[in-house]
Design a protein around this ligand. Structure first.
Ligand code: DAH
Length: 352
């Protein structure tokens, strides 16, 4: 029996040494020391031992049990320590390692353009306003000296809303930002120095036109405003937005809501206004030294009257230009299809 007990101890020692985790240890404990375990089984044979040897064997059995329990406990805490130090290794973080940059976007080209135009005009006291982009015919046309059915309206290929008509006419998707003029004047606060930048909509879609685009509308109304003020503002804008060497010129034109009316040209930044390129041929960008910015003029008395402003007391100028066009002219970018701006194709947008 003594030999059996010693053999059992040896078995437990080997099994514990080989155990790789807590679960294995638990099994060893149950198998050898448990209530129905091998040690208990062996001790059943104690009855057959002589009364003389019994205390000695009993003591040995007890001693072996205690030793085995000690072995298991020691191994268990050893395994726990190892797991802990392993944890330190597997979950170690090197805080000095450079981080992974999250993908970073940037503002859309036209948002940048709008911000820059706003800042440029803010420097000379113009204030950015917001007016409806779905507005009454009255503000889009009629109050701008364009009565219903006037042929001049044909130039604005307008989207009409399928909505009830009021005494201000139908609702339209604003085909230009000029709908802001009478709305701003109706506020009755002078001087008016407005820069209104908004979306415009027209039935058009080709390489140089998109159905949704942006315009910026300037309006300056006060006492004794003359064309020289308009010229001053145009020159200021051209020089700060396009560069100190750029010039503007006014070409007579016709709009219903300004009198006199002009088209504004800016000297070409590539050929310096000469119309001749570096290769002595016609400049490829402008062909004639000048690029067309857009319309401007002195506010028509009928527009002032529509807003209940006395044209004998007040006068002013207005201008309205396309944001896309103006910005692309500034950068000298030749985007061969304007529609690319609004296709949300990152391969295109990432370039700017
Ligand atoms: N609204 C005009 C257009 O869309 C542009 C324009 C011309 C605006 C002359 C003005 C102006 O304020 O004075 O074609």
């Amino acid at each position: 029996m003594q030999d059996q007990l010693n053999a059992l101890k040896l078995e437990v020692e080997q099994a514990v040494a080989a155990a790789k985790d807590a679960a294995e240890l638990e099994n060893i404990e149950i198998r050898y020391l448990g209530r129905k375990g091998e040690l208990t089984g062996l001790l059943k044979g104690l009855a057959g031992v002589s009364a003389e040897d019994r205390p000695k064997i009993g003591a040995l059995a007890n001693q072996i049990k205690v030793q085995c329990e000690g072995l298991i406990a020691a191994k268990r805490s050893g395994l726990e320590d190892a797991a802990l130090s392993n944890l330190a290794e597997t979950e170690r973080e090197d805080v000095t390692e450079p981080g992974v940059r999250p993908p970073e976007g940037h503002l859309h080209l036209m948002t940048k353009a709008i911000n820059e135009i706003t800042e440029t005009f803010e420097k000379i006291g113009f204030v950015r306003t917001r007016y409806p982009e779905v507005d009454w015919d009255y503000y889009a046309f009629e109050s701008l000296n364009m009565p219903p059915d006037h042929p001049a309206r044909d130039e604005w290929e307008t989207f009409f809303m399928d909505a009830p008509v009021s005494e201000m006419g139908k609702m339209v998707l604003t085909p230009h930002t000029s709908n802001s003029q009478v709305r701003e004047l109706e506020r009755g606060e002078f001087p008016v120095r407005m820069i209104n930048i908004a979306k415009c909509y027209r039935r058009q879609s080709d390489a140089t036109h998109v159905p949704m685009f942006h315009q910026f509308e300037g309006l300056y109304v006060d006492k004794n405003v003359s064309i020289t003020h308009l010229r001053g503002v145009l020159d200021y804008f051209a020089k700060s937005f396009f560069g100190a060497d750029r010039k503007t010129r006014l070409r007579p034109f016709h709009f219903r809501f300004t009198e006199p009316s002009f088209e504004i040209d800016i000297s070409c930044g590539v050929c310096g206004g000469s119309g001749i390129g570096a290769d002595k041929q016609k400049c490829k960008i402008c062909k004639r030294g000048w690029l067309e910015l857009g319309g401007a003029g002195m506010v028509h008395p009928n527009v002032l009257k529509a807003a209940k402003v006395d044209p004998k007391k007040y006068s002013g100028f207005a201008f309205g230009w396309g944001v896309e066009r103006t910005y692309l002219m500034k950068e000298g970018m030749q985007i061969d299809d304007l529609r690319a701006l609004y296709k949300n194709d990152l391969r295109f947008l990432k370039q700017f």
